[in-house]
Ligand binder design. Structure first.
Ligand SMILES: [Zn+2]
Length: 87
Protein backbone atom coordinates (compact mmCIF):
# COMPACT_ATOMS: atom_id res chain seq x y z
CA UNK A 1 0.00 0.00 0.00
CA UNK A 2 1.17 3.51 -0.87
CA UNK A 3 1.99 5.42 2.31
CA UNK A 4 1.85 9.01 1.12
CA UNK A 5 -0.95 11.02 -0.40
CA UNK A 6 -0.45 12.78 -3.66
CA UNK A 7 -2.75 15.76 -4.32
CA UNK A 8 -3.83 16.55 -7.84
CA UNK A 9 -4.86 20.11 -8.59
CA UNK A 10 -6.50 19.27 -11.86
CA UNK A 11 -8.75 16.36 -12.75
CA UNK A 12 -6.50 14.19 -14.87
CA UNK A 13 -7.83 10.63 -14.58
CA UNK A 14 -4.64 9.11 -16.02
CA UNK A 15 -2.72 10.61 -13.11
CA UNK A 16 -4.98 9.17 -10.44
CA UNK A 17 -2.45 6.59 -9.36
CA UNK A 18 -2.73 4.78 -6.02
CA UNK A 19 -3.00 7.20 -3.11
CA UNK A 20 -3.94 10.24 -5.21
CA UNK A 21 -6.58 12.69 -3.99
CA UNK A 22 -8.47 15.20 -6.07
CA UNK A 23 -10.57 17.74 -4.14
CA UNK A 24 -14.02 18.06 -5.70
CA UNK A 25 -14.90 21.40 -7.23
CA UNK A 26 -18.21 21.19 -5.40
CA UNK A 27 -16.71 19.85 -2.17
CA UNK A 28 -19.20 20.10 0.65
CA UNK A 29 -22.21 20.50 -1.62
CA UNK A 30 -23.18 16.88 -2.12
CA UNK A 31 -23.85 14.00 0.23
CA UNK A 32 -24.78 14.26 3.88
CA UNK A 33 -24.95 17.75 5.26
CA UNK A 34 -23.03 16.71 8.39
CA UNK A 35 -20.37 14.89 6.41
CA UNK A 36 -20.46 15.85 2.74
CA UNK A 37 -18.38 14.38 -0.04
CA UNK A 38 -15.11 16.19 -0.34
CA UNK A 39 -12.72 14.48 -2.71
CA UNK A 40 -12.01 11.57 -5.00
CA UNK A 41 -9.41 9.17 -3.69
CA UNK A 42 -7.60 6.50 -5.62
CA UNK A 43 -7.23 3.51 -3.28
CA UNK A 44 -3.60 3.34 -2.14
CA UNK A 45 -3.68 -0.40 -2.60
CA UNK A 46 -5.63 -1.09 -5.81
CA UNK A 47 -6.20 2.39 -7.36
CA UNK A 48 -10.00 2.01 -7.42
CA UNK A 49 -11.52 5.49 -7.40
CA UNK A 50 -14.00 6.37 -4.70
CA UNK A 51 -15.57 9.43 -3.12
CA UNK A 52 -14.46 10.30 0.36
CA UNK A 53 -16.13 12.61 2.83
CA UNK A 54 -14.92 15.57 4.81
CA UNK A 55 -14.54 13.46 7.95
CA UNK A 56 -12.56 10.86 6.06
CA UNK A 57 -10.14 13.39 4.62
CA UNK A 58 -9.77 14.86 8.11
CA UNK A 59 -8.82 11.43 9.43
CA UNK A 60 -11.82 11.19 11.74
CA UNK A 61 -13.28 8.08 10.19
CA UNK A 62 -11.54 5.35 8.22
CA UNK A 63 -11.70 4.92 4.48
CA UNK A 64 -12.71 1.50 3.25
CA UNK A 65 -11.98 0.63 -0.36
CA UNK A 66 -15.12 0.12 -2.44
CA UNK A 67 -13.66 -2.62 -4.60
CA UNK A 68 -14.88 -6.20 -4.11
CA UNK A 69 -11.37 -7.48 -4.69
CA UNK A 70 -9.61 -5.22 -2.21
CA UNK A 71 -10.09 -4.96 1.51
CA UNK A 72 -7.94 -1.91 2.17
CA UNK A 73 -8.91 0.06 5.27
CA UNK A 74 -6.93 3.09 6.31
CA UNK A 75 -6.97 6.52 7.86
CA UNK A 76 -5.84 9.69 6.15
CA UNK A 77 -3.48 11.41 8.54
CA UNK A 78 -2.25 14.74 7.19
CA UNK A 79 -0.54 13.65 3.99
CA UNK A 80 -0.01 10.08 5.06
CA UNK A 81 -2.03 6.92 4.63
CA UNK A 82 -2.13 4.91 7.82
CA UNK A 83 -3.41 1.35 7.56
CA UNK A 84 -6.26 0.76 9.98
CA UNK A 85 -5.29 -1.35 12.95
CA UNK A 86 -7.40 -4.46 13.36
CA UNK A 87 -9.87 -3.79 16.14
ZN1 LIG B 1 -8.54 -0.89 -2.91
Amino acid sequence: MIAEINFLNEWIPEQMGPGTIFILENAGEIGEESDPYWAVLSCPSCATLGLITRKQIAGLIPVICGSDKCSAQFHICNNDIVPRKPS
